[in-house]
Ligand binder design. Structure first.
Ligand code: FE2
Length: 306
């Protein structure tokens, strides 16, 4: 398959209450690399195997949560074609100038009916400390903390997720890899623009614009165990895990940053192809879908969001 158009998640801007505590968490414990701090105080971070300048942006604020989630598209001209398709779908498009984030080109965005800012951009500088290219070793700088390979996806909570799914499919060419249908309608949807089981996911929730988690990809189940050791050693607030999702099949741990934003580290998950059917879950096996070993949801998973 050719991967064109929207390629992958690229940027997640997270609101934190205490920047010093957030830097300790995301750099020393999660194991992201410090890229730089902008003139407005935002802190830019990346995982060791990412070529792009940064992927996580921390912004000091009075309320935790997620400001925006952005996808990289293949070519600058894709921004124009997606702008037209978003407008044709009936949504308003806003523009963000090149340089609003250091090293990032112009962005377009829209506020989807779940209340989230979703953005697209084509250009970002390559990181100074990018992964090796010539006769490439495994990494440039030795991975640390939980050794995250990349920022992988986000799960967002909000209303109107049937329409959100339709928008991602029709305007941005995403496909639904997996979903949960309850008798009263769609509870959750996992959407992919690639061969990953998901690049973004949504769960139905009455309050708009809520952030459930941002997720970092790890090498394997052993790495998930190592991350779990770090979580306990440094008394990081743990939500659940290590365990496995039935949905996407990823092995996972959820935990919280010092501002209460949920993080996930995970490994595995199936490969999705556009010819695959949408996998379906219903209320009879939902617990197994979310937490395959426990076979039941914990209350926090459905209610604690920022
Ligand atoms: Fe996740």
């Amino acid at each position: 398959m050719a991967i064109t158009g929207v390629l992958r998640p690229g940027l997640c801007q997270i609101r934190v209450l205490d920047m010093a505590a957030a830097k300790t968490h995301y750099i020393d414990r999660v194991g992201l690399d410090f890229v730089g701090e902008g003139p407005d105080g935002r802190v830019y971070l990346k995982a060791y195997d990412e070529f792009d300048r940064h992927s996580i942006v921390l912004r000091q604020a009075d309320e935790s949560g997620c400001d925006l989630f952005a996808f990289r598209v293949a070519r600058p001209s894709d921004l124009d074609s997606f702008e037209q398709r978003i407008k044709d779908y009936g949504y308003t498009v806003y523009h963000v100038e090149a340089g609003e984030m250091p090293g990032v080109g112009r962005r377009i965005g829209t506020v989807i009916p779940s209340g989230h800012r979703i953005e697209l951009y084509a250009e970002i500088e390559m990181a100074d400390r990018h992964p090796p290219i010539t006769n490439p070793d495994l990494w440039t700088d030795e991975p640390h903390g939980m050794r995250p390979i990349r920022m992988d996806h986000a799960l967002l909570y909000g209303p109107n997720i049937e329409e959100v799914q339709d928008f991602f499919e029709k305007a941005l060419d995403f496909r639904c890899a997996e979903k949960v249908m309850l008798p009263d309608g769609l509870l959750a949807t996992w959407l992919t623009c690639s061969t990953k089981a998901h690049d973004i996911a949504f769960v139905k929730h009455p309050e708009p614009g809520k952030f459930h988690h941002v997720s970092f990809f790890l090498e394997d189940w052993n790495a998930v165990g190592w991350a779990s050791d770090i979580i306990t050693r440094y008394n990081i607030s743990r939500d659940i895990g290590p365990t496995r999702h039935g949905i996407t099949r990823g092995t996972t741990i959820y935990f919280f940053d010092p501002s209460g934003n949920r993080n996930e580290v995970f490994a595995g998950g199936y490969t999705y192809y556009p010819t695959d059917p949408t996998r379906m879950w219903d209320e009879t096996e939902l617990g197994k879908g979310i937490f395959y070993y426990e076979q039941q949801l914990n209350e926090r998973f459905l209610t604690v969001v920022t």
